[in-house]
Write a protein that binds this ligand. Sequence first.
Ligand code: ZN
Length: 111
Amino acid sequence: MKLPASVKVGALDYAIAEFAGRDAASRNLYGEVLHPSQRIHVDTSHGPARSALALLHEFLHAAINVHDIDVDDEKEETIVRQLTASIGAAMRDSPEVFRFLVDSLTQREEA
Ligand SMILES: [Zn+2]
C-alpha cells in the first residue's frame, strides 16, 4: 500500500512515511505523530483499514496540536480514539457523503 506523501494540517505540511514494522510492533503502535519534525508514521503491515485508521488517528492528533486545542494528554487520546472510530465507520458506511465533501471542497470556481 502506498501512503500519501504528506497532509496539510492548518498552515503546516506533515510528511507521511512508513512506520518500520519492527519499531511499531515493539512499541505496540499502529502509528505515531512527531510534532516538532511534522511527521506522521503509519505501520502498513496490518492492511489498508488499519493503516487508514492509524493515519486518521495521527492526523487528528496533529490537528489538535497545530490548532492549539487545549486538552490534557489523556483526554486527547480518548477524544482522538473516539473520533477515529466514529469518522472511520462513517467513511466506510457512507462513502458517498465523504466523496461529496471532498468533491465540494476541492471544486474550483471557473473564472
Ligand atoms: Zn493517539
